[in-house]
Design a binder for this molecule. Structure first.
Ligand SMILES: [Zn+2]
Length: 384
């Protein structure tokens, strides 16, 4: 590397000075190289650092060949000394996610034999893919033990084994690598070939939370959060639960049971309301016995209610029952004729009353966008 990689010498270096060795204008900005940098370039699933370099904002950092290119929003004079300041919140977040992922991947590899086959620090979640099945219960057990590793505040060691040492190190890797290999070790949990920058001790990871476990191709995709992200997420979930808890007057750890009871009660009420509705519909229908074609407006019905009332009236009126429910200008409608055909009527109604819907020969269900007067006129003209 032409650039001294200060981020490997000290992953907590937030500010540094370095000499500008080149500055080239491109269509995206100015590509600046330095003799040394603490800006980590994108790599190994970890996002690049952002920040300030001299008077310029750093928009992107990439490795190209032997150089580390800092994409800047303004030019820097070659040969001058500049101060670089890393966006530390962003970097520390990336390190918390990445180091937490290593411990989990090391545990899974050691116990289940699955390999980490994909790793991505997204804007919201950290996604890690493994090449074998992992159940939710297993994931929760692993999560607990990753957190135990965090509490132990173990030192994380990043080192380059000698060519003689390397074969015996026994590290995780996605592919065979030529010497020298950078190994990131969490003692007792993981050894992995990795080019990323990590926290110094596991305690800095803070907390690790697995959010979801999904089948993915032949294996498993885990969504997880570490550190500040995990805290923020769990705090938001707690706030949600607090509102649910207040709404149900239930203790925070009893909201699920309260929701289940509410569901049960709601279903029982629906059943009771359905029974009452049927009796009311029967009474209404009775008043139309043998009256022939019938138009009825009934407020406050569900679409099932509209259908049931039309059905009940059609059973006794001896003609077609047309039931509407809704507000003036927007109604649900059901047409029923027992043993007859309401298809032509439905089609004509759709056309005249800006409606939609359909059905089978003796049955039509849909909606119209028309005023009550228009509906009454439409049926009066057909049924006089
Ligand atoms: Zn890594």
């Amino acid at each position: 590397m032409n650039t001294r990689q200060l981020y490997y010498e000290d992953s907590h270096l937030r500010q540094f000075t370095a000499a500008v060795t080149a500055c080239a204008e491109t269509d995206r900005g100015w590509e600046v190289t330095l003799d040394a940098t603490a800006f980590y370039p994108e790599g190994g699933g970890q996002a690049c650092d952002l920040g300030i370099l001299g008077t310029a904002a750093v928009l992107d950092v990439r490795e190209r060949g032997e150089d580390i290119l800092h994409l800047c929003d303004s030019p820097l004079a070659v040969g001058t000394e500049v101060t670089g300041i890393i966006d530390w919140d962003r970097r520390f977040d990336q390190m918390q996610q990445h180091s937490g992922e290593h411990i989990l991947s090391g545990l899974i590899h050691g116990e289940l034999g699955w390999h980490n086959v994909g790793f991505h620090v997204g804007a919201e979640f950290l996604e890690v893919d493994f090449d074998g099945p992992i159940s939710w219960d297993r994931a929760m057990d692993l999560e607990r033990r990753v957190n135990e590793a965090v509490w132990q505040d173990l030192p994380i060691r990043c080192w380059y084994p000698t060519a003689e040492e390397l074969p015996a190190v026994g590290y995780r890797t996605k592919k065979a690598l030529p010497w020298p290999v950078r190994v990131v070790e969490v003692p007792g949990f993981d050894k992995c070939a990795c080019c990323g920058v990590h926290v110094k001790r596991t305690g800095e990871i803070g907390i690790v939370k697995i959010i979801s476990v999904q089948k993915f191709h032949q294996g498993t995709r885990l969504q997880m959060l570490c550190g500040k992200r995990a805290y923020g997420y769990l705090a938001a979930v707690y706030r949600q639960n607090q509102q649910v808890s207040q709404a149900f007057s239930a203790k925070p750890l009893e909201t699920a049971a309260a929701a289940a009871r509410m569901n049960e009660a709601l279903n029982a009420e629906k059943f009771r309301a359905g029974g009452l509705e049927k009796r009311v519909f029967a009474c209404i229908a009775e008043s139309y016995a043998n009256r022939g074609d019938t138009l009825r407006f009934e407020p406050g019905l569900s679409s099932a209610g509209v259908r049931d009332l039309a059905d009940a009236i059609a059973a006794v009126c001896g003609g077609t029952a047309a039931v509407f429910s809704g507000e003036d200008g927007a109604y649900q409608v059901c047409l029923v004729n027992k043993g007859g055909d309401v298809k032509a009527l439905g089609t004509a109604m759709n056309k005249a009353l800006n409606g939609r819907g359909g059905g089978k020969p003796g049955y039509f269900q849909g909606s119209v966008k028309a005023a009550r007067g228009e509906i009454e006129n439409f049926f009066a003209a057909r049924w006089e």
